[in-house]
Design a protein around this ligand. Structure first.
Ligand SMILES: Nc1nc2c(c(=O)[nH]1)N[C@H]1C(S)=C(S)[C@@H](COP(=O)(O)O)O[C@H]1N2
Ligand SMILES: [Mo]
Length: 406
């Protein structure tokens, strides 16, 4: 007769993280049994998301925000989009979690426990804008395959952790280091334990920036499981795919990292512009680095109705990858004329910036408010979908809302 297999301690502790409390008789559960509380696939309850979030996919989970949910200056978990390329990690125990730094360009490979990372290195907190490279993909024509994000695959939470640079310096990096590549423990869609879901990274100068951190907290608490608990690489301003969730290994490479989703056409755009629908060879595609300038009107909701003679207060956020937004404007006449909004300085580099203004409309009727941000290099958002590319990345077209004056 088959021996009764009881649920493993590590599985138990990850159940406990998801449920938010201890499973008192959890050790009595048979292996493979999913507690009722987790059997429901209601992502809003499961991941503590606002019920107005839009679920694009459940295997893997891909969930986006609506613009009005992104009104907070610091995005709360409930409004943060979720992008997974694979399935959630099967078992996580923060007490046994380790981070290994290896690769051709480290002097001596080294492994840290979470406790060592926390005690050995200084803790830093930054608000960091993380936007999926495919945000806005739904507008490309001809359509691009992949999650049809509208505008809600962006967030700016507050992340706390240690600088990747401090850890790399502690390990000792050779002068031939070119790139770092992260390794994570989520499960490949095929369930093959030997297949990595995603293993991307960034060039050394980005890895060594003050704001590139190995985070163990988000908005002052443990990172929610779905956003990378217990350890996440956070590299603000670059495509969010560089910010590896559930990181347990970072390789320092003597060449451009070549893990899954670094090669082929993933997270790449044509090095030179092409016509919509044109084919591009992989070798003519360039890796996306800093994200382009963009903004969102987060208040009011599109479709707002205001009374004749009253003014409308609008507000939102603007960001510009590695750069700062230096000007924010709006138009109520389909882009014919522009007026400036007030734009705040970022709370730190790579945090999104908040804008607001008061608008007076000349007479009753239908209007659209269009938003346009300009970065410190003088690049402004385009009015229409920019540069078609096969994977539908980097759509930073002007955001607009409808307003009726009655
Ligand atoms: N381990 C792991 N990290 C990952 C991914 C993933 O599938 N697995 N997806 C990346 C992509 S493409 C995006 S857009 C962001 C999404 O981060 P979020 O789910 O916290 O919003 O995580 C990145 N890091
Ligand atoms: Mo992404």
């Amino acid at each position: 007769m088959k021996r009764r297999d009881f649920v493993k301690k590590t599985t138990l502790s990850s159940f406990a993280v998801l449920i938010g409390t201890e499973l008192v008789f959890g050790s009595q559960m048979l292996e493979g049994y999913t507690p009722l509380a987790l059997q429901k696939t209601d992502p809003f309850k499961l991941f503590d998301k606002n019920p107005e979030m839009i679920v694009l996919n459940d295997k893997p989970w891909n969930i986006e925000a609506q613009t009005h949910l992104l009104d907070d200056k610091i995005t709360p978990n409930s409004s943060m989009f979720v992008r997974n390329n694979g399935l959630l990690p099967k078992a996580i125990d923060h007490r046994t979690w380790t981070l290994t730094i290896d690769g051709e360009s480290v002097k001596n490979e080294k492994t840290y426990t979470l406790a060592e990372l926390k005690s050995k290195f200084e803790k830093h907190t930054y608000q960091l804008t993380i936007e999926c490279g495919g945000n806005g993909r739904n507008e490309f024509d001809p359509p691009a395959k992949g999650n049809q994000w509208t505008v809600g695959a962006v967030h700016c939470a507050s992340w706390s952790g240690v600088r990747l640079r401090d850890v790399l310096e502690d390990v000792g990096i050779k002068s031939n280091a070119v790139y770092i590549g992260f390794h994570t423990i989520d499960t490949h869609l095929s369930n093959d334990p030997n297949k990595e879901v995603i293993s991307r990274g960034c060039p050394m100068p980005k890895a060594m920036q003050d704001e590139t951190i190995l985070a163990f907290q988000m908005n002052g608490k443990d990172i929610p499981l779905i956003h990378g608990y217990p350890l996440r690489l956070v590299a603000g301003g670059w495509p969010a795919s560089v910010s590896g969730k559930w990181v347990n290994r970072i390789s320092v490479r003597d060449k451009i990292h070549d893990g899954p989703k670094m090669t082929g056409a993933s997270y790449k755009v044509p090095c030179d512009p092409i016509a919509p629908g044109e084919k591009v060879r992989d070798e003519d595609m360039c890796i996306i680095e800093s994200m382009p300038v963009k903004s969102l009107i987060t208040y009011p909701k599109s479709g707002a109705i205001i009374k004749k003679g009253t003014s409308l207060n609008i507000r939102g956020h603007a960001w510009a990858g590695e750069l700062e937004v230096i000007k924010m404007e709006y138009s109520i006449d389909f882009g014919s004329t522009w007026k400036t909004d007030t734009i705040e300085k970022p709370s730190n580099r790579l945090a999104w910036q908040h804008f607001s203004t008061t608008i007076d409309f000349p007479k009753p009727g239908y209007y659209e408010v269009w938003a346009r941000a300009t970065d410190s290099n003088g690049n402004a958002q385009p009015m229409i979908v920019p540069g078609w590319n096969p994977k539908g990345y980097l759509n930073n077209a002007s955001h607009r809302i409808a307003v009726k004056v009655k």
